[in-house]
Ligand binder design. Structure first.
Ligand code: ADP
Ligand code: MG
Length: 325
């Protein structure tokens, strides 16, 4: 196999909370490993409930946060090395889309500044006229009318428009990999499928891969080629989208998929689980053994004490569960 585009190896992040003296810690992610191949662009959905560690993984890959242990390798080189020696190149290749794009904009400048800065930073054009042409063309490709958008301030646009400008920005930069952390949760329901379709078209037209982070398995099943299921900071299942949805292996994935009736994101956007159960689930976090132990109908004594290894049990399908060992 070719060298992967991205390798996430045994990432663990322990946050210290309440200052050094209190000594309280939270293990947000634990030994997370996965790869994105380089031979063919892919959208990989990272699915997990709130608090499962999704943003922590995103921020580490983006170099915004240091892992406690483990490493991220991009095109064969550790990202620490990229950030030290070739930071600009790294961000030319790996770009974020965050949940709330408002934070990207400076409220005192017109919105096009975000696009102009990207063109300048990544040296995408050599003069003002070309910059303008590039921006107008990219806006057209994302179906935004310049006359509706340009000249406005960030607060004068809707969340959906601000997020679509992030797609314009992506189109200007044309990275190899997008890290999209819950990018559609703050945009109007009616615009969500369109946003997802653009990500799919970026993959098909420009070979741009994405890690698409979501708490919603419906969305994952619409947009992704492969699905990674995260439960309390550990990946418990990985596989091609259709297989994970129709034939889930891990009891946790079975629980998530049992509430998916229609694989159409425009028709059903309900939460996977009711919120009370998620809240109580958080309290059930365990310090050893399987992360799903407390809620698993199949749990045995072994699951209480030992962490099941994450193993490939058939081609392309991985699961961390003693039922399959
Ligand atoms: N800066 C931080 N300091 C302390 N704990 C944090 C910090 N960021 C996240 N956490 C904790 O780490 C866990 C995972 O958080 P996060 O990665 O944001 O999950 P998700 O994006 O899936 O909701 C949660 O328990 C959260 O409270
Ligand atoms: Mg998050």
């Amino acid at each position: 196999m070719n060298q992967p585009l991205l390798e996430v190896k045994n990432l663990t992040k322990v946050y210290r909370i309440g200052g050094l003296l209190s000594g309280r810690t939270v293990k947000a992610i634990d030994s997370v490993s996965f790869q994105i191949p380089s031979d063919k662009p892919k959208i990989i959905a990272l699915v997990g409930e709130s608090g499962s560690g999704k943003s922590t993984i995103a921020r580490i890959i983006l170099g915004l946060l240091q892992p406690t242990s483990g490493e991220v390798i991009y095109k064969g080189r550790n990202i620490l090395e990229w950030l030290k020696k070739n930071k600009l190149e790294y961000y030319k290749e790996v770009q974020p889309i965050f949940q709330d794009p408002y934070g990207i904009y400076n409220p005192f400048y017109r919105v096009e500044r975000v696009l102009e800065l990207a063109v300048k930073k990544f040296k995408l054009s050599s003069n003002r006229e070309d910059t303008r042409k590039l921006i107008l063309k990219a806006m057209e490709d994302i179906g935004l009318r310049p006359e509706d958008i340009l000249g406005r301030y960030p607060h004068q646009l809707s969340g959906g428009e601000r997020q679509r400008l992030m797609l314009v920005r992506i189109l200007l930069i044309k990275p190899n990999l997008i890290i999209a952390d819950e990018p559609i949760s703050m945009i109007d329901v009616s615009l969500r499928a369109m946003f997802l379709n653009y990500l799919i078209s970026f993959k098909d037209k420009y070979n741009i891969s994405s890690i698409f982070i979501t708490h919603d398995l419906n969305v994952a099943s619409y947009v992704a080629d492969d699905i990674l299921v995260l439960c309390h900071g550990r990946i418990v299942e990985e596989g091609p989208k259709d297989e994970v949805i129709t034939e889930p292996l891990h009891p946790y994935t079975k629980l998530l998929t049992s509430s998916i009736p229609i694989p159409d994101p425009t028709k059903r956007w309900k939460e996977q689980l009711d919120l009370t159960s998620i809240e109580s689930f958080k309290k059930l976090k365990v310090e050893k053994g399987c992360v799903f132990f407390a809620r698993c109908p199949f749990a045995s004594e072994k699951c209480r004490n030992e962490t099941p290894p994450f193993l490939e049990i058939k081609t392309g399908r991985k699961v961390a569960c003693f039922l399959y060992l």
